[in-house]
Design a protein around this ligand. Structure first.
Ligand SMILES: [Zn+2]
Length: 333
């Protein structure tokens, strides 16, 4: 009989195909990578997908983030993604989570999955996923793309090395979380996302995923195969989870390549945007606009966006130090 999974079942075999129906996968980050990883898994019939992303769809996303169209601008990526995927496969469970992953919520958000797929573009999130993997034994797939190249690396410590066996600390040199100055080509990140989804299907059906660190530079026709680290770090061997254990309540960092500051809180909270709107309009004597989960307005030369989870983006001359003071004064922390 030709049902929706018939072609896949011919290749995988009945048992492996049916196993997918009972699997639970978290896709963290629904940008360009997640836009490819999540649809492949939904269409393959992975029984439960939790889609986690903190961001809203912006015009600059449309060049490469295939899940979104112009009509989605301003919508929460996790929610738009869940809606699209439900249209593609109504027989699976989809759970949209609009949240910023921090040490204060990572354990809870990433609990009880058969696999975690990294669709993020930042090392802070990857080191948090790695800590959760060390703590819970959950396999995860590291994926990253930049320019015309990318890397996919399936990890499952302690059976395999962990991210910190290769890279003890997140790379220095600027806040990687707010930095995307190198640019990226849509088809390159799409190829990397498809490859990550393929490795995900291996993990979920019990086939060994690749273990080498493979880097493909599609633009320059280069391939590099690196053996994984031979020695294990103390973090995965002794189950030390420094990133999950980090305690911080507010971070203000300069936006890379743009004049401005991003503020994040830990654990992410729940702001009363309606009450803040009143307070800010009185304070700035100018109108503020609330749309769904965000509140936008100006104070002096700064254009400010507050998100319901406590994050803030400030575009303008404000420095991180002043932004921290402004936020504490206006929002409290
Ligand atoms: Zn390790």
């Amino acid at each position: 009989m030709l049902d929706r999974y018939s072609k896949q079942r011919i290749f995988l075999g009945r048992a492996a195909d049916e196993a997918l129906r009972s699997k639970r996968v978290a896709v963290l980050g629904l940008g360009a990578l997640g836009s490819v990883i999540a649809p492949w898994l939904a269409r393959a019939g992975v029984g439960h997908l939790t889609l986690i992303d903190r961001d809203l769809v912006e015009a600059s996303n449309l060049q490469r983030q295939l899940l979104y169209d112009e009509s989605d601008l301003g919508g929460a990526k996790a929610e738009v993604a869940a809606k699209r995927l439900a249209e593609a496969n109504s027989s699976i469970q989809l759970n949209a989570v609009v949240a910023d992953l921090t040490s204060g919520n990572a354990r809870e958000l990433l609990a009880d999955f058969d696999l975690i797929c990294d669709g993020t573009d930042n090392f802070e999130a990857r080191f948090l996923i790695n800590d959760v993997a060390i703590l819970t034994g959950t396999p995860w797939i590291y994926a990253g793309a930049i320019g015309g190249e990318g890397v996919v690396w399936p990890l499952n410590p302690p059976r395999t090395p962990c991210l910190r066996c290769l890279l003890e600390e997140p790379p220095a040199g600027g806040d990687v979380d707010t930095c995307d100055s190198a640019g990226v080509l849509g088809p390159a990140v799409g190829a990397i996302g498809s490859w990550a989804a393929l490795e995900a299907l291996k993990v979920l059906t019990g086939k060994q995923p690749h273990t080498d660190l493979v880097r493909f530079d599609f633009w320059n026709d280069e391939r590099q195969f690196l053996n994984p680290p031979r020695t294990r770090c103390r973090f995965c061997t002794e189950r030390i989870t420094e990133f999950l254990d980090a305690r911080w309540s507010l971070r203000a960092s300069a936006l890379c390549g743009l004049e401005g500051v991003q503020i994040r809180v830990n654990p992410p909270g729940r702001l009363d945007l309606a009450a803040l709107k009143d307070r800010l309009e009185t304070r700035t004597r100018s109108p503020w606009r609330q749309a769904g989960m965000m509140l936008k307005g100006r104070e002096g030369a700064d254009e400010i966006t507050l998100f319901a989870d406590g994050r803030a983006l400030i575009h303008g001359p404000m420095t991180p130090e002043r932004a921290r003071g402004w936020y504490t004064e206006v929002v409290g922390c």
